[in-house]
Design a binder for this molecule. Structure first.
Ligand code: FAD
Ligand code: FMN
Length: 775
């Protein structure tokens, strides 16, 4: 085959040499606009796993790279005068120039033709090529030429950064955070050869401008950074690689995703590779790794499917299919890490204590979890757990195993939850006339016996017409209050759990069938009048609600207050106001469902006015020493709807009104929503609200293991973790997860005590049989 790689970066060179090595008959050219051995950049980092991959592909280059490597394990974090270190993180660094030189030399030894000093304008310049590899970097001309096919989606990120270097040697991957009078700057520092380290300085656009650095020349910017980071530099100067820089020395990172990676130009197949196809922010240092792994995969597919020109379409399709998955995973992690650095100044640096700040930094990509940190550096993690437990008022003797974060108690107003696990409210559709019955006693009682610190009953409706379905629970009469009292007393009498009451009104989503007869589907008969801020239905064939009059509002508000009062008398410990999921109060908050033109519609304060009036009414009757949580849909997942920014505004208003917790859910507001699900997908909302608004939060949604909960609580992304479906699968989720992570100090109900030790022993036995495994 005739192969031309446009761009002599890591992707082009490595692909060229792998293909030539696999079949010396291929004619391969790498065309590079720069001169030989002339390149930009400082050091690049890979993980040990990438190296292993390279060793399997070409032992010779791998050996040379390894000889030139700097390997280090430690991460050091400097903030507010503190210097903290952890180990076991396994990085390898090499100078970009050195890496390219090794690859260039290997290409030449194998017979790959290298053409330097040639700027390629188009793939058409190589009509004889069977395959043109567009590995011409993030600003790829080839990709832009076929933008209609490749569908590049380039988002320019708000932070500004400058790539610098220094000859001061650092023996750890160092993050240094410095506050100035205008905001925070951070330096990402890593050594890549015996005497040189990369030194990237990053800040927000706002802070950059406030310092006048947007107008500063390069020398001025370097001088500024040198002064700001003088402590860590210890007198060493910062160096630039100025030849590469265009315009301002301060860059914006561009995050690139492409819809398609290959194209046929009529003569040759053109395929994207490396930065031309996708970018990953330097916060997880994976740009070079991705470029190399693309090259490895494309070469592997040629080896697997055959390296004849006729097979190129199949090979390219297979390459794209395999790489997309891996690239998406790394890009997601890189995005999390990048976003962490974008908000670090406004969200974490001032608010979190240095220990927790460091934990948050280490878990920023959400790929490294609590247990993963334990594998890397057990001593550091145990020290952190001890610190966290002490902060929660626990005795954390150095000799004993510290209480994991999710099992630490949590105090809010006069209520102390025994741990941070909440059973999330879940409608069971099993009531008649809104009265809790034996099913609810057993259902909620068994979850309380199962170890959750707080057990929420399902959405409990404040009047018959406030129900979602005829099977929903209520609290509008004394019979219901007495039945609730029986459940609450059972839980208080037989477990350490606290009990939560969620009160709500279905709004326009009411008068529907029970879940197993069709979620959100209107009742066949016996429908009741729906109420909503505006007269629009949830489903096209659903009931049209009445836009609430002031009289309706007053009546419903009184219903909420009466339910709260009955709830207090029934002994509930925590009250939650349901302002999520498109039910009545949620539909006031969302601009998609609130079209009112009076004082209750329009800007945030107006849309929140009625929910806040209801909140004030329940706060007035709910005992002072007991907390109230507010559940919000923090994202409507639909254009024009609420976003996490809006949710933060509402959270602030509820905080000012006296709310203690925000329960951060999302969606279900409009039927056309396009949610983006995934592991812990709503946790970023809890994180944002907790750390920007300064109110305690409950994270919920696709949290399914102790490791998730510990990571969330330890990082301060939320104060409590709520789990719904896992509690349907396992009423004793909390007790079982404790056993799985080997935490034995959590008490089981005394009646069940003889089951605890065998359960733990079985898990230990299973773990011992799993190589390297915990249960
Ligand atoms: C300023 C800067 C500094 C960086 N420094 C580092 C660093 O220190 N550490 C790190 O891990 N990552 C660094 N990166 C990111 C890293 O370079 C990439 O993620 C990685 O190199 C991707 O490899 P690639 O082969 O896909 O693209 P690149 O490495 O970008 O290689 C593309 C090559 O194509 C050439 N080229 C582009 N257009 C043409 C054309 N029309 N004709 C001919 N040749 C062309 C370019 O000169 C370049 O050599 C840096 C990026 C930038 C922008
Ligand atoms: C069967 C079922 C019923 C639910 N009913 C309610 C409810 O009454 N009130 C509420 O706020 N959320 C309700 N939810 C949402 C859950 O509380 C929770 O936010 C959601 O299921 C995500 O958590 P998970 O991934 O742990 O299941 C319900 C969820 C399920 C599965």
């Amino acid at each position: 085959m005739r192969i031309v790689c446009i761009g002599g970066g890591p992707a082009g060179l490595y692909f060229g040499l792998l293909m030539k090595k696999a079949n010396p008959a291929h004619r391969i050219t790498v065309v590079e606009r720069n001169r030989p051995y002339d390149t930009f950049g400082w050091g690049v980092v890979f993980s040990d796993a990438t190296m292993e991959n390279m060793r399997a592909c070409d032992a010779e280059t791998a050996r040379e790279i390894e000889d030139a490597f700097n390997h280090w394990d430690d991460i050091e974090v400097l903030i507010k005068g503190r210097r903290m270190r952890t180990t076991g993180h396994g990085f390898v660094g090499i100078g970009r120039k050195r890496l390219l030189n090794i690859l260039q030399a290997r290409c030449q030894a194998l017979g790959v033709e290298l053409v330097f000093d040639r700027e390629v304008e188009s793939d058409i310049e190589f009509p004889e090529a069977d395959l043109v590899v567009a590995c011409d970097g993030v600003n790829s001309k080839l990709r832009n030429r076929y933008a209609a096919t490749f569908e590049p989606d380039l988002s320019v990120r708000p932070n500004r950064y400058i790539w610098l270097g220094t000859e001061k040697s650092f023996d750890a991957f160092t993050f240094d955070f410095r506050r100035t009078e205008h905001g925070w700057f951070q330096a990402h520092i890593y050594k890549f050869d015996e005497k040189t380290s990369t030194f990237i300085v990053e800040t927000t656009e706002e802070t950059l401008r406030a310092h006048g650095l947007d107008r500063a020349g390069q020398d001025e910017s370097v001088a500024f950074c040198q002064t700001l980071f003088a402590d860590v530099l210890e007198g060493a100067p910062l160096l630039t690689n100025s030849r590469h820089l265009r315009g301002s020395a301060w860059l914006n990172f561009s995050r690139l995703v492409c819809g398609k990676w290959n194209h046929f130009n009529g003569k040759s197949h053109v395929v994207l590779m490396g930065d031309a196809a996708h970018t990953a922010h330097f916060a997880i240092g994976s740009g070079t790794k991705l470029a190399l792994e693309d090259a490895i995969e494309l070469a592997r597919q040629f080896e697997r499917l055959g390296d004849a020109p006729a097979l190129i379409p199949d090979v390219l399709a297979a390459y794209e299919e395999v790489r997309r998955v891996d690239v998406a995973r790394i890009q997601n992690a890189a995005r999390n890490a990048m976003e962490w650095f974008e908000v670090v100044g406004s969200r974490y640096a001032d608010t979190l204590e240095p220990e927790q700040f460091m934990y948050s930094l280490l878990t920023r990509s959400q790929r490294i979890s609590h247990e993963n940190l334990r594998l890397r550096d057990p001593v550091w993690l145990e020290g952190y757990e001890r610190w966290f437990a002490r902060r929660g008022g626990l005795n954390a003797d150095p000799g004993s195993r510290p209480t994991p974060p999710m099992f630490t108690p949590y105090r809010v107003r006069g209520v102390t939850l025994p741990n941070r696990i909440v059973m999330s409210p879940m409608a069971m559709y099993s009531a008649k006339d809104g009265v809790p019955n034996d099913f609810h006693l057993v259902h909620l009682g068994s979850r309380a016996l199962g170890g959750a610190g707080l057990v929420f009953g399902e959405m409990t409706c404040v009047s018959p017409n406030a129900r979602i379905t005829p099977g929903c629970l209520g609290l509008w009469n004394d019979e219901q209050a007495a039945a609730w009292r029986r459940i609450v007393d059972f839980i208080h009498g037989h477990s350490a759990a606290k009990v939560g009451l969620q009160i709500g009104h279905a709004g326009r989503k009411g008068s529907t069938r029970v879940a197993w007869e069709g979620i959100d589907q209107p009742l066949a008969d016996g429908n009741w009048q729906l109420l909503a801020p505006s007269a629009t239905s949830y489903l096209p064939h659903g009931g049209i609600p009445r836009a609430m009059s002031l009289g309706d509002m007053a009546r419903v508000k009184a219903d909420f207050a009466a339910a709260a009062e009955r709830g207090a008398a029934s002994g509930f410990d925590v009250l939650e106001l349901h302002c999520a999921h498109g039910y009545l109060l949620s539909s006031f908050l969302s601009p998609l469902t609130n079209r009112r033109e009076d004082l209750y519609g329009g800007r945030h304060e107006n849309r929140a006015r009625y929910p806040l009036e209801v909140f004030a009414a329940i706060r007035a009757v709910w005992p002072e020493e007991r907390p109230i949580s507010v559940r919000l849909s923090c994202h409507d997942w639909f254009d024009g709807g609420n976003t996490p920014e809006d949710a933060a505004i509402f959270a602030r208003l509820f905080k000012e009104a006296g709310a203690d917790l925000i329960d951060c859910s999302s969606g279900q507001v409009v039927r056309e929503e396009k949610p983006v699900y995934g592991r812990l997908f709503q946790t970023p909302f809890a994180d944002k609200i907790r750390n920007e608004v300064g109110i305690a939060t409950i994270a919920v949604g696709a949290i399914s293991e102790a490791d998730h909960a510990n990571s969330i609580i330890a990082a301060g992304r939320a104060d409590l973790c709520a789990l719904a479906r896992p509690h349907l699968a396992d009423p004793a989720w909390t007790l079982h997860e404790a056993a799985k992570i080997g935490f034995k100090s959590i008490p089981w109900p005394r009646q069940y005590h003889s089951g605890k030790a065998p359960y733990e022993a079985n898990l230990e036995r299973a773990a011992a049989q799993t190589p390297g495994g915990r249960a």
